[in-house]
Design a protein around this ligand. Structure first.
Ligand code: SAH
Ligand code: SF4
Length: 413
């Protein structure tokens, strides 16, 4: 069953959710699916496992520590809970994501995981290891409605939004494999690897889907992914764990990036949100005529409107915006394109954007191919010479179809 935001409903029947909201006639609490571990929901769904509601609250707190801090859902790790731990774990941790397959690329530095959802849909997430950080690229939807012709996800079409729990669980699996690689990491014995115990530090919503079309569930998920922060708009933001905070994985919201094809209401909501997220705009072209061919949503939200909204985001959040630009041979990669791009960015201000040039990754059926090295470096130097901070993104996961735009979860991929 699906609610009006496309979220799958949980199996637990409840008249009221933890927030006291009544959901629908069949009395299904969607919140249970949204927020991991709610003691009202646990108590209502399995009252025989608790002496009373107070004990349910205590057990929930214990489960939260195991899930978010010890990254465990194994009852054998829960001696503090006692003999009912297996039954409790079964109710508290339904398997919303089933890992089906892991592929290792870039000599062990990139790991793509294929998951099956409860309704048999498939999604992927990609973990990238760097010397100083570990970044997880996660999916927010099954497929995508925007249909950019150079993107494998776009070719799938839109199937549904992921629930917040499905988003959170992608983070759980990656965080657990990083802190206990011997037990939960991929089998890396035959490859050079940076896979030693470490923490997940960054998250990018650059997997399958258009995140701004699933913001309710993403915000709910972020409540439990991110450590609460203070001074949201100040560069000196510090991250704190407080007594009142929802239990969370402790990832700073400043290290979370939301990438969008340019959906204006979504960008505006992100600017108003309490999280100091990084915003990335998939621009790919400096004129409306070209952009409408590459990113079809441009016909609805044109280039000027998108850049105005991005600039507004920068002004509100005091966070530099990333412009994603995939270089396509003889399509958008000329010096003239670079000059026009510099002009439309500089017109709004200086030092407010960072351009990320992405070498186009191969996607079957895509009409375009990657630019040459010389066109790429001319493009980069042209932008830099006009004062635009520009970097060339290291392409990760190409050998396992795990690079930008290559995610199109297929069980035999
Ligand atoms: N839908 C969102 C986020 C997911 S796509 C968006 O479009 O921003 C993540 C990034 O990969 C986007 O910048 C997207 O334009 C880029 N991308 C898609 N297909 C690509 C390809 N074949 N090669 C390189 N980048 C690609
Ligand atoms: Fe969707 Fe982003 Fe792919 Fe375009 S690039 S089809 S918006 S996932």
């Amino acid at each position: 069953m699906r609610d009006d935001r496309g979220r799958t409903s949980p199996r637990l029947p409840l008249a009221l959710c933890h927030a006291g909201r009544r959901w629908d006639d069949v009395g299904v609490c969607v919140c249970y699916n949204d927020f991991i571990l709610d003691y009202h929901a646990l108590y209502a769904s399995a009252p025989s496992l608790f002496r009373d509601e107070r004990q349910a609250k205590l057990r929930t707190k214990q489960l939260e520590v195991h899930y978010f801090e010890h990254l465990s859902i194994d009852p054998r790790d829960m001696s503090d809970i006692g003999k009912l731990a297996p039954e409790l774990c079964e109710v508290a941790f339904p398997q919303v994501l089933e890992p089906l397959k892991q592929q290792i690329g870039d000599e062990g530095k990139t790991i793509k995981t294929l998951f099956r959802l409860q309704d048999s849909n498939l999604i992927e997430s990609v973990l990238m290891l760097y010397p100083d950080r570990a970044t997880l690229c996660i999916s927010s939807q099954v497929g995508c409605a925007i249909g950019c012709p150079f993107c494998a996800t776009g070719k799938l079409g839109f199937k549904r939004n992921l629930s917040s729990r499905e988003i959170i669980e992608q983070v759980f699996f990656a965080a657990r494999s990083l802190t206990s690689p011997a037990k939960f990491g991929p089998n890396t014995s035959d490859v050079h690897t940076l896979y030693e115990p470490r923490r997940l530090t960054n998250i990018v919503f650059m997997g399958e889907g258009e995140p701004t079309q699933n913001l309710d569930n993403i915000f709910e998920a972020l409540e439990q992914i991110c450590a609460p922060s203070i001074n949201h708009t100040d560069d000196s933001t510090t991250t704190v764990r407080t007594q009142t905070a929802r239990p969370n994985f402790g990832i700073p919201a400043r290290n979370v990036t939301i990438s969008t094809s340019g959906i204006i209401p979504g960008i505006n909501r992100l600017a108003e949100a309490k999280f100091p997220l990084r915003l990335a705009i998939s621009l790919h072209a400096p004129t409306d005529e070209l952009r409408s061919k590459l990113v079809p949503i441009n016909k609805k939200y044109d280039l000027d409107t998108v850049l105005d909204a991005a600039f507004q985001y920068y002004q509100t959040k005091k966070r530099r915006v990333s412009i994603e630009y995939a270089l396509m041979l003889n399509v958008n990669d000329s010096e003239k394109h670079a000059n026009t791009l510099a002009k439309i960015l500089n017109r709004r201000g200086s030092n407010w954007v960072h351009v990320n040039l992405i070498p186009l990754n191969n996607v079957e059926g895509s009409p375009w191919t990657a630019s040459t090295d010389s066109a790429t470096s001319t493009f980069l130097e042209t932008l830099r010479s006009r004062g635009i901070q520009t970097t060339l993104r290291e392409s990760r996961g190409q050998d396992i179809d795990g690079a930008c735009g290559q995610l199109a979860a297929l069980s035999d991929s």
